[in-house]
Design a protein around this ligand. Structure first.
Ligand SMILES: [Zn+2]
Length: 329
């Protein structure tokens, strides 16, 4: 009897290719599987992942002959020593960046919940090779310059671990107390994420204040426009955020509430996050679709207090885009 497959036969395309002609040009189409569910064993890696998951320990393998320590322990025998066996050893949870990590702001759907994140290679104390790992900061949005080649970082364990590489990540040791740096198996919930380092703003001149008033009036009109616009409202459906915005000329709040967006000249007692932009025009231009707010963040013209709120910024950019597009039609 034929065993029933998890995905029905009719949904699985034949392996092969075909040619389609569009506007007189030939295009090759191949059938590929993009995504499916599967079970797989971690095999010889099991000890490494179990140590991360259950014991919050970082393991490497040490060659019994030449003594090189590889982390993660991806070899059971050393190719440099005529395949002498390696043995598992524990290494320290503080290391040095081997390279300057690129930062992913716009991740694919698979990694969107983790973005923005840095991805770089760390040589942990006691190891000779670098391990690839995700990187974060507790100081606010992750931007270039916070973590570089040579930056000392600490291994942090997720509170919920399933035995995958994403069970762990690193933050700069400069952001932690000595006690936390020394602690093995430090978890994400033991770290202070709630006191980001807000950039200071210079005192506003009279000219700054005048510019601020003008830009604020323009922004109020724009936000009212967005609030009345059905397509713009769709970008913030089901979303609720109180954002305190601080600029050189003054501060105001932008409140997002399931399709509604409002600007009030007030100080919110407990905003979901804080946005600091020295020049209010950086934000105004983004909302008016003259450049993206996301770009201003990456270029450090706008700072936000919570890394994960990049998501909200993304929505504001979409509102700006939808508003402009719907006006064109
Ligand atoms: Zn060896």
């Amino acid at each position: 009897m034929k065993k029933k497959k998890v995905i029905d036969e009719i949904y699985i395309p034949d392996v092969g290719s075909q040619v389609e002609t569009i506007d007189g040009k030939e295009y090759l189409i191949t059938n590929d599987a993009m995504y499916t569910f599967f079970r797989r064993t971690k095999g010889e890696f099991s000890a490494f992942f179990l140590a991360l998951k259950n014991e919050k320990r970082l393991l490497g393998c040490k060659c019994t002959k030449c003594g090189i320590v590889r982390v993660p322990p991806f070899l059971t025998h050393c190719p440099d020593c005529n395949f002498a066996p390696t043995e598992m050893i524990e290494v320290e949870q503080v290391g040095i960046m081997n390279s300057t990590p690129p930062i992913t702001y716009f991740a694919t759907s698979l990694f969107q919940h983790m973005a923005p994140y840095g991805r770089g290679r760390v040589i942990f104390r006691g190891a000779d090779t670098a391990m690839s790992i995700n990187l974060y900061t507790t100081t606010g949005i992750l931007v270039p310059g916070i973590i570089k080649k040579g930056t000392e970082v600490k291994l942090i364990f997720r509170d919920k671990r399933i035995g995958e590489m994403i069970d762990v990540f690193c933050v700069p040791t400069a952001e932690l107390t000595q006690e936390k740096i020394n602690k093995n198996g430090l978890q994400e919930s033991e770290i202070d994420w709630e006191t980001p380092q807000e950039p200071s703003l210079p005192v506003a001149s009279e000219e700054d204040s005048n510019q601020y008033r003008k830009a604020l009036d323009e922004m109020k009109d724009l936000i009212e426009d967005m609030n009345r616009n059905e397509s713009a409202r769709k970008a913030i459906a089901g979303w609720k955020r109180d954002i305190q915005v601080k600029t050189r000329g003054g501060q105001f709040a932008i409140m997002i509430d399931d399709g509604d967006i409002r600007l009030t000249e007030s100080v919110v007692s407990s905003p979901d996050f804080i946005m600091v932009c020295d020049d209010i025009h950086s934000l105004l231009d983004g909302l008016a679709y003259r450049g993206a707010i996301t770009d201003s963040i990456i270029n450090k013209k706008i700072w936000i207090s919570k890394n994960m709120e990049f998501n909200t910024i993304f929505k504001l950019d979409r509102m700006a885009r939808f508003l402009v597009r719907s006006k064109k039609v």
